[in-house]
Ligand binder design. Structure first.
Ligand code: NAI
Length: 284
């Protein structure tokens, strides 16, 4: 399958990064969100990233302009009618995603592949909301997308082999390393990472140590580049909570119970770096 036009849905931290790497690889990209100001915010993040690359001498001004010119803003899902591949990166919520995939299934041509950047939600269930389950696949990028090499590719129960192969080759064209996994809650990355983050939060909740101490121990003791609570703030505490809930519901085991402190922070609007406050204060 030949992919030329890519539509990215959701212009937040992941969607803007995905749009950037697609445009850098030469694809023509439509970046879509619910409101024009959200899309412009995403394009602003991309411009800032590209400016930094120009300053560091990795890109020249004309290349930057060429990359930006390949990105078009959208607030209408009807624009899916031109896409060969749609990559969804909206909030980690099954109802929102299935609603969206139902609509995409209506607007996108029959050949279009519908991919989700979900961190943990079952691809098979998202696929079942469409009439093309064989063309639905998980394409899980890591944050920050322009920097991180991995794309975890998740095969839904009915994902066709040629769809998998197309997404594998697109990932390589984006200069990423694809790794194949099957569809189980949290896939591999978050099945392993998120219980560790949740345990770090429990350690703070139970008064065993401060967030700074927990992070310092995991950095210096385990050689992690970033402590689990700094990482949680970076991922977004709302996203962490959604992922823990998905693991808890999917496996039914108490070991995946989200820490009450995580729930409390999310209820308070402390979502981590993106909201200015999480386990740390970002002074916004
Ligand atoms: P975010 O909160 O930064 O961005 C989400 C964007 O989606 C917002 O701009 C919002 O306006 C938009 N949106 C929400 N509902 C929409 C709809 N119905 N139609 C169009 N746009 C809509 O979230 P983030 O961090 O970018 O996460 C997005 C997805 O990527 C989630 O599924 C998350 O689990 C996944 N993910 C997140 C990672 C992270 O480190 N934050 C890493 C890998 C995957």
């Amino acid at each position: 399958m030949s992919i030329q036009n890519i539509m990215v849905i959701g212009a937040g931290q992941m969607g803007s990064g995905i749009a950037q790497v697609c445009a850098q690889a030469g694809y023509s990209v439509v970046l879509h969100d619910m409101q024009e100001e959200f899309v412009q915010k995403g394009i602003g993040i991309i411009s800032k990233n590209l400016n930094r690359s120009v300053e560091k001498g990795r890109l020249d001004e004309s290349e930057k302009e060429a990359i930006l010119s390949r990105i078009t803003a959208s607030v209408s899902l009807e624009n899916a009618s031109n896409a060969d591949l749609v990559i969804e990166a909206v909030v980690e919520n099954m109802d929102v995603k299935t609603q969206l995939f139902k609509m995409l299934d209506q607007y996108a041509p029959a050949h279009t592949i519908l991919a989700s950047n979900t961190s943990s939600l079952p691809i098979t269930e998202i696929a079942a909301a469409t009439n093309r389950p064989e063309k639905v696949i998980g394409m899980h990028f890591m944050n920050p997308v322009p920097v991180m090499k991995l794309v975890e590719i998740i095969r839904g129960l009915q994902t066709a082999d040629d769809v998998y192969e197309t997404i594998e080759s697109v990932s390589k064209k984006l200069q990423k390393v694809p790794v194949e996994v099957n569809d189980f809650p949290g896939f591999i990355s978050n099945r392993i990472l998120m219980p560790m983050i949740n345990e770090a939060i429990f350690s703070v909740y139970e008064g065993v140590a401060t967030p700074e101490a927990v992070d310092e121990i995991m950095k210096l003791g385990m050689n992690h580049p970033m402590g689990p609570l700094t990482l949680a703030d970076f991922i977004g505490l709302d996203t962490c909570l959604y992922i823990m809930e998905t693991l808890h519901e999917g496996f039914g085991d108490d070991k995946y119970r989200p820490c009450p402190l995580l729930r409390k922070y999310v209820k308070a609007g402390w979502l981590g770096k993106k909201s200015g406050r999480g386990f740390y204060n970002y002074g916004v």
